[in-house]
Structures are given as C-alpha cells and as structure tokens.
Design a protein. Structure first.
Length: 127
C-alpha cells in the first residue's frame, strides 16, 4: 500500500481493478484507494486500505469496476473553457461548424486570455 494513513478517510473506494500508474503499471485485481479531502491518501489491496482506514466516512464497493487514481488530463483546449456547455446537445459536425468555430471566430485576444487563465485555474485545482 502506498502512503500511511494518518487521518480518517473521507471515502474508500474498494473491490476494483486499480490501475496504479506506478513505474511497473501494476494492476490490483481487488484494489482500493482512500481519499482524504481532495487528495489520494492510499492505494493498495482492498484489505490493506480498508484496514488502514476503518473509520472512513464512506466506503464504496466498486464491484470489479476499473479505477484509475491520479488520472491526468493531458489534452485541453484552453480557449474553449468559456464555451463549456454551449453545445453539449449536438453531434460533432454541428458542434464544430454550428457552435464552436463561430464562437471562437468572435473571440478577442482578451477573451482567449481570460479563458486560458480560467482553464489553468481549473487544471491546478484538480491536481
């Protein structure tokens, strides 16, 4: 198990296929993670993590689902931050031709700068 438990967890997600993303790309068949606040506090076999955090505020049995702790978003469109949600209800071609490209064609340099700042803040806050 990675990291020792120093406090009670807010949630323990267990009984999952945990893709650890460690150097060996270890996959735990019955793995768990403990979350404290907005941080992953532990990753390891379910029995170990549940044992280390017996007083977790919530436990969730993932019933063999796949869990990717620490998933990193490596693809963003910073200028589209302000456009989030304006075209969630349409197919790709309508989204491109009818919504996002017309929207972006009216953006000023200041709009793009503000959108990029907001996107950066969101990325930092989400780790």
């Amino acid at each position: 198990m990675t990291q020792a438990a120093a406090v009670s967890a807010d949630i323990v997600l267990h009984n999952a296929f945990v893709v650890t993303m460690d150097g060996a790309l270890t996959v735990l068949r019955d793995g768990a993670i403990a979350v404290v606040g907005d941080r992953i506090a532990a990753v390891g076999p379910s029995a170990d993590v549940l044992g280390a955090f017996p007083g977790a505020a919530q436990t969730l049995n993932l019933a063999g689902r796949i869990l990717l702790p620490g998933f990193v978003n490596t693809h963003v469109h910073t200028s589209q931050q302000l456009a989030r949600g304006i075209a969630d209800d349409v197919d790709l071609m309508t989204w491109l031709h009818g919504r996002i490209w017309p929207y972006e064609s009216h953006m000023t340099e200041e709009d793009s700068y503000a959108s990029t700042l907001l996107c950066g803040i969101e990325l930092i806050r989400s780790g």
